[in-house]
Design a binder for this molecule. Structure first.
Ligand SMILES: CC(C)(COP(=O)(O)OP(=O)(O)OC[C@H]1O[C@@H](n2cnc3c(N)ncnc32)[C@H](O)[C@@H]1OP(=O)(O)O)[C@@H](O)C(=O)NCCC(=O)NCCS
Length: 186
């Protein structure tokens, strides 16, 4: 099933379940948005760091694994893509858990940001989450744009700060993270 959004100036964006054929496009969105978002002089995260991280992540084995994952998603897992005329321009992953939900990833190509794509992906994911329970997410502490976007959706800073060793860069730097929560309605 597909949903679409349209206004006069904006492209027609469809939101649908991710299929194995979408994975290369999704990886392109992932790489391009990381490169546009995460280099940070203060925290020593460079463009080279991001490029090296994606060489580590986007291997043929990883691509094959991701295709399998979306072909047979685990119960409670949501994999969505936003497309403009068949081209993947954004994606979202979310997980419905027994205790809480997690918004795992939400990325929109730089040239498609600010046009409603991120909120369309979130709305579609939220339909399948149990929003009576809390929904958590982790964002880069210096990613003020994403933090403001999530606040706009109702998420709040939990005060918790963390780092994820899988995000350790080849330069030794690491992206500091903030944990946010959308309180459940129960
Ligand atoms: C953060 C991101 C997902 C938001 O998606 P987007 O498509 O640009 O956002 P939208 O156009 O859907 O914005 C939806 C709403 O949020 C608001 N919003 C967006 N960015 C905002 C900001 N920086 N401050 C305040 N409000 C903001 C918009 O005004 C809009 O409000 P409206 O629905 O009342 O008109 C997208 O910009 C992105 O991919 N950024 C780079 C990658 C990233 O940081 N991902 C998050 C990783 S944790």
């Amino acid at each position: 099933m597909e949903g679409s959004t349209r206004t006069e100036e904006k492209p027609i964006i469809s939101v649908s379940q991710t299929t194995p054929e979408d994975i290369e496009g999704l990886q392109n969105v992932h790489f391009r948005t990381w490169l546009a978002t995460y280099p940070n002089a203060e925290h020593g995260v460079t463009e080279d760091d991001i490029k090296a991280k994606f060489e580590e992540w986007h291997t043929p084995e990883d691509t094959a694994r991701r295709k399998q994952t979306v072909a047979a998603p685990k119960s409670g897992e949501m994999h969505l893509v936003a497309k403009d005329a068949g081209k993947v321009v954004g994606f979202c992953r979310a997980r419905r858990g027994d205790q809480e939900n997690e918004l795992v990833a939400l990325y929109v190509l730089p040239e498609y940001q600010g046009q409603g794509v991120g909120s369309a992906l979130w709305s579609r994911a939220a339909e399948t989450l149990d929003l009576t329970k809390d929904t958590v997410l982790y964002a880069a502490e210096y990613n003020k744009n994403a933090i403001a976007f999530y606040e706009h959706l109702g998420f709040k800073d939990t005060g918790e700060r963390t780092t994820d060793e899988t995000l350790r860069m080849k330069s030794g730097s690491i992206i500091p993270e903030i944990k946010m929560v959308l309180k459940g309605t129960r």
